[in-house]
Design a binder for this molecule. Sequence first.
Ligand code: TXE
Length: 497
Amino acid sequence: MSDITLLQQVMTFLQRNHGHYINGQLVRGQENQTFSVVNPAIDEVVATVSQGGEAEVNAAMQAAHTAFHGIWAQTSPMERGHCLNRLADLLLAHREELAQLESLCSGKTIQLSRMLEIDSSAQFLRYFAGWSSKISGETLNVSLPSFKGEQYTAFTRREPIGVVVGIIPWNFSIMVAIWKMAAALTCGCTIVLKPSEYTPLTMLRVAELAKEAGIPDGVINVVNGSGSVLGPALIGHPLCAKVTFTGSVPTGIVVGRSAMEQGLTRTTLELGGKNGAAFLADMSVEKIVDGVLEAGYLNQGQICAAAERFYIPASHMDDVLKLLSERLAAMKMGSPLDESTEMGPLANKGHYNKILSLFEQARQEGNEIVYGGHALAGPGFFVAPTVIRANSAEDSLMKEETFGPVGTFLSYNDEEELIGLMNSTPFGLAASLWTNDLSKAMRMIPRIEAGMVWVNMHTFLDPALPFGGMKSSGIGREFGSAFIEHYTELKSVMVRY
Ligand code: TXE
């Protein structure tokens, strides 16, 4: 197979002078400060973008504030939902264009870009659209005594919180932005998005489509540039009512702390971790290997919910590692634009260097690198999918998030020990249990410290299920009905009559 042909629209889009999207307009921004977008498959610049600064942050925040008070909070809930549905239609109509752009900037295989960045984003948009007309308060009975025949009633209102700042990582530049944007907009909030500096292009195009979908100017804004410059400016802005962030734990802590210091600005933090997958002894070696591949290696492991710690019964360990190595060796690595590619490059050079240094660290600690553990030849940021046998739960690779195609394996002997190992981490985003014994699984689920527990599956996110981390993996939940409390304020109203 060979690379698909890039659409003319994609080529034309890449050649634009990129900047920001503010108040319904593409804005070039500071001409003298630009940064490059690099195609990680070939280490070549595909576009340049002007760096946003205080002026762009102010303009975007002001536009979002004006749109919030001027139009969006008053737009009927049903119409807000229609807008999101129309945007879903437009994403699907521009599926190939957006998917190609995404693969060029992030190294995600074209098949995954189509399925997750576009199809799944459209599904999430429709799910959130459905909520617009279902956000409601309660009527409450009050207990105040009546002295002169007066009566009381009370009710609560869910009111949109205002201007939301959404800070987005590079691993799913459209989908994660859509999660935050759709949640904000359905509740009546407006948003300023700050994409990752590695993947700043696709949301500029989505913002244009949002205008075509009838979403008023100023409701969605995109400001591009470095996180360390724009992050503090956005979070510290007096018009920022809420910050929603997805990314690494250290940056999440910085974001959370500055939001708190800013006057208790509301935050949702969806951070990474070191997710565990536990395979019970009743699973066959083949089933375990299928599960490991699903849980750990999709999108080169660059998924916040992916598993990185694998616990295998001691009796199965050698056979699992042997078969897994064979399956990884047969996996087709290559260009993300080749439809037959199963694994592409890492998304950027910094991340590639980090993964290579983790391989080194594993070697220094005496871990056995069963498969992989090295870069692949070529200009892009490719590393071999890697299998590491840990010596103990204390090894660095059993503790530190790699966010790459790196599984670290530890054997266990009994299920009590397994629960202890699964919970032996400060993080708690996601976990999976793999067994045919439903009774065992049901007894283990309450003991697993993770915001999401899958049984016989891993990494599937459904808009109906709340998603977010326990422990150091975050604060708050996205999706389900849980998101509503994070994008609205609860107002109590009491009436005497
Ligand atoms: O992530 P960051 P980076 C992990 C992964 C990767 C490492 C670093 O291991 O190697 O993090 O990647 C913005 N205030 N994950 O540096 O820093 C930044 O511009 C406000 C895991 O890309 O978390 C980007 O838009 N914002 C992860 C976003 O934060 C700031 C997903 C995420 O960047 C900021 C991505 C600041 N001070 C990387 N500094 C996951 N688990 O989902 C940066 N940003």
